[in-house]
Design a protein around this ligand. Sequence first.
Ligand SMILES: Cc1cc2nc3c(=O)[nH]c(=O)nc-3n(C[C@H](O)[C@H](O)[C@H](O)COP(=O)(O)OP(=O)(O)OC[C@H]3O[C@@H](n4cnc5c(N)ncnc54)[C@H](O)[C@@H]3O)c2cc1C
Ligand code: SF4
Ligand code: SF4
Length: 451
Amino acid sequence: MKPVTAPELIKQVIQPNYCSGCGVCTTHQVFKMKLNKHGQYVPVLNSGQAEKTVVCPFASHQVNENDLAQEQFDTPGIKFHNEIGYYQKIYAGYVNEGNFRKNGSSGGSVSWFTHQLLSSREVDYIVHVSEQNQAVIRFNYNISDSLESNIKASKSKYYPTTLEASLQFIKEHEGKYAVVGLPCFIKGINLLKKQDPLFEKRIRFSISLFCGHLKSTHYLSSLLAQFDTGNKLVKHFDFRHKTPGHKASDYSTKIVLDNGKSLIKNNQDLFGTNWGWGLFKLKACDYCDDIIGETADISFGDAWTPRYENDYLGTNIVVVRNAGLEKIIRKNIDNQHLQYEEISPETLIESQAGGFRHRREGLAYRLYLQQKKNQIIPEKRIKPEKIKSKKRRKLYKIRMQLQEKSFYSINYNNIEKLKSELMPLIRQLEQVYEHSAWTKFRLKLKKWLKK
Ligand SMILES: Cc1cc2nc3c(=O)[nH]c(=O)nc-3n(C[C@H](O)[C@H](O)[C@H](O)COP(=O)(O)OP(=O)(O)OC[C@H]3O[C@@H](n4cnc5c(N)ncnc54)[C@H](O)[C@@H]3O)c2cc1C
Ligand code: SF4
Ligand code: SF4
């Protein structure tokens, strides 16, 4: 692995805005993180540190996700799949024990796992994201050393975060840690472990969430703007409120005001929640090819396929790479604390089909477009390519425009203005979708008539 100097990082990642804000480059005090006016964390160089080297999930270090995973997991019995990388076993299921599933976004498995690691003293601390009870920064990384604070950190936060303060804490406090993060954050942690033996010794487990994309803080602001909160402060925000009678994927947003009143709106009634539009998405997410956290000991996502999605309480997909964690799963399937069944890589891919298309075919085309404009592109496992389908080229181009327009919009607090700014592009996108559905139908009909 070849770490990069601060000027190299600025040129390769920070200036072209391929940064996801993970904060891994802040260790050794080279950079500090700042939340900018677009609601995104960005690194700022500390004076006199330009000669020090850093690691970053988006810089060119001559090691990619496959290399990092191979070093950790390539042992007898491990399998490798071109799309999903290394794995011991893949499961779909949920937690039967306690309130983990009820409190979780999906099957409650992440919080159950971190609970197991803490209560068995495998680790002393969990590094994960929890609510901050601040109006400006609503969620960020936090360190849990008790089972109570672990469970309080449940649920997905579609909100930017940074590991800056947690990495400093790990440096200053001896102990065993497990880190929960998005795939690029976990890749950053693995690079850091290679660079610095202190992190290698202290971070014992990495747990990844699957990741479609991450939003700026303006996404949350745009949702809040659609609730009538009066002049009350919002003391709790839940991006993933579960609704009985609905599919697991058809969830709601819930807020609790400082007078204790709860307000709930189904996401279908909130503008901007269609994940396919990618509103307020970080640009980095369009240049990322790790959907499931291939370098983590274990990864968790949502099983949104017809077999599982009808259960509104939620079902996880779980990819295990660490043999020790696989033993914990086996034992807890046997004692029925976990209701898990083994699934194939194809079922996993089916559950994330949109994500795989956008970050394989779509990524190849976006890299091609950037290269054509002589822009710097990050080193990826996917290579730049002009894809064949004209329709899909159009779709990816509109998505890129929508990402940029929404990300830099100043209308995130004013939904009517935001709608009039974005709807023309959204309509174009929907037309391409409709067109694709019509083409698919025509092809099917043609095939059927031939028979
Ligand atoms: C930005 C984002 C995008 C996602 N995209 C997809 C996707 O495309 N497909 C898919 O299948 N699943 C995706 N997920 C994962 C999914 O939403 C669930 O988090 C996952 O299934 C685990 O559910 P659970 O019930 O087991 O977790 P819970 O028991 O609810 O625990 C969640 C854990 O994740 C931590 N956490 C929450 N938000 C963050 C964050 N932003 N960064 C780091 N840690 C966090 C919490 O602190 C907690 O430890 C995404 C999650 C996030 C945050
Ligand atoms: S992605 Fe992370 S390591 Fe890279 S520049 Fe951004 S904050 Fe720093
Ligand atoms: S999509 Fe990729 S770059 Fe964006 S937050 Fe998720 S893992 Fe990181």
